[in-house]
Design a protein around this ligand. Structure first.
Ligand SMILES: Nc1ncnc2c1ncn2[C@@H]1O[C@H](COP(=O)(O)OP(=O)(O)OP(=O)(O)O)[C@@H](O)[C@H]1O
Length: 323
């Protein structure tokens, strides 16, 4: 074997290299959500659908982030896995220290009750129709652990404070059909937060609402994130929601393909604040990079491209065999 300089690699160098690798912290060791080469294959009528094709995703504790992607790209499949409702075919997924592939039925139930909360698009799926908002929020606390969480009065007090935080205290004694869609979704967030989950997952939570109401619901997520520190992942088609979070991750064909990061910059002379957004392509751990379809189409890139390593960047050119 030779090194990059052409000289033979010594045993000592190989050992040192192996040692560095051993000491390196594992992928996503400090992330609250770590998906590593996640694969989910569905078989329907003998046909295989690869809904997730080696998806990598890290979410830090305390983040409020959005997932976007075309219909069928795998967003709901990922959310169902993170919610503990579905199990991946291969890969690894850890949420709040729990290995989602290794949980038995009992651990999975506890995970769903205590570690994650979810809010779905269909308002009717989030709340029990015959219970008031206050009862809906108290229920998960009652169901968790032996004897439920705290006494009845404590549960009612917590329900009241969550409803107040999310600006729907006036709905406490109303049943879902007596509330607007936006109020129902905010009560649903309170239900999801009842057992102080580490992660709150929301699949198109503003999908059935008009934009003004959707904004109020998004404000409720933001409040939960800021006041309780809950990590929140929202799947959305809503451009408004996607542009209001610090990080938006796009999923394409069952993989994370690009990411938009936003940060606030303050103008040195005027002191005025503005949000600067920057788009990044994802580089997976095997070095694979997914080029945006519009870029490859614009330059007629297909099958293979030419690469050149420059001092501070890598050049990518269309394959032009006749030149
Ligand atoms: N239970 C299932 N059985 C078979 N195929 C499925 C199943 N669930 C999802 N799929 C397929 O997996 C792919 C990803 O679906 P998924 O629902 O995760 O996409 P999505 O990004 O959430 O789409 P949308 O935005 O329309 O909800 C699709 O091709 C879908 O048809």
């Amino acid at each position: 074997m030779t090194s990059s300089t052409g000289s033979p690699v010594t045993l000592e160098q190989l050992e040192r290299r192996a040692g560095t690798h051993r000491d390196r912290p594992s992928y996503g060791h400090d992330a609250l959500i770590a998906c590593d080469r996640l694969v989910r294959i569905f078989t329907a009528d003998g046909v295989e659908v690869q809904a997730l094709q080696g998806l990598d995703l890290l979410v830090a504790e305390g983040e409020l982030m959005a997932l976007v992607g075309a219909s069928g790209s795998g967003k709901s499949t990922l959310m169902n896995i993170l919610a503990g409702l579905d199990v991946p075919t291969a890969g690894a997924a850890k949420v709040a220290g729990r290995d989602l592939l290794a949980m038995d039925a009992k651990a999975r139930l506890r995970y769903r009750r205590e570690a994650v909360g979810f809010v779905w698009q269909e308002t009717g799926r989030n709340l029990l129709p015959y219970m008031t908002a206050g009862q809906n929020v108290s229920l998960p606390m009652q169901l968790s652990g032996p004897g439920g969480r705290g006494r009845r009065a404590e549960r009612a007090a917590r329900a009241q404070s969550l409803l107040t935080m999310l600006d729907v205290a006036d709905c406490r004694d109303r049943r879902p059909h007596q509330m607007s869609g936006g109020q129902q979704q905010r009560v649903a967030i309170a239900v999801a937060l009842a057992n102080s989950p580490s992660v709150l997952l929301a699949d198109e939570p503003t999908g059935e609402l008009d934009s003004a109401t959707g904004e109020q619901v998004f404000a409720a997520f933001r409040r939960a994130n800021e006041e309780l520190g809950t990590t929140i992942v929202i799947v959305t088609h809503d451009q408004e929601v996607a542009s209001e979070v610090r990080r938006t991750v796009a999923i394409r064909d069952g993989r994370t393909s690009s990411e938009v990061l936003r940060r606030t910059e303050v103008d040195a002379t005027t002191g005025q604040e503005s949000v600067v957004a920057r788009e990044y392509a994802m580089l997976d751990r095997a070095g694979r990079l997914q080029l945006p379809a519009e870029y490859t189409k614009a330059l007629g890139m297909e099958h293979r491209v030419m690469l050149e390593l420059e001092q501070d960047h890598i050049g990518v050119w269309p394959d032009t065999p006749n030149e």
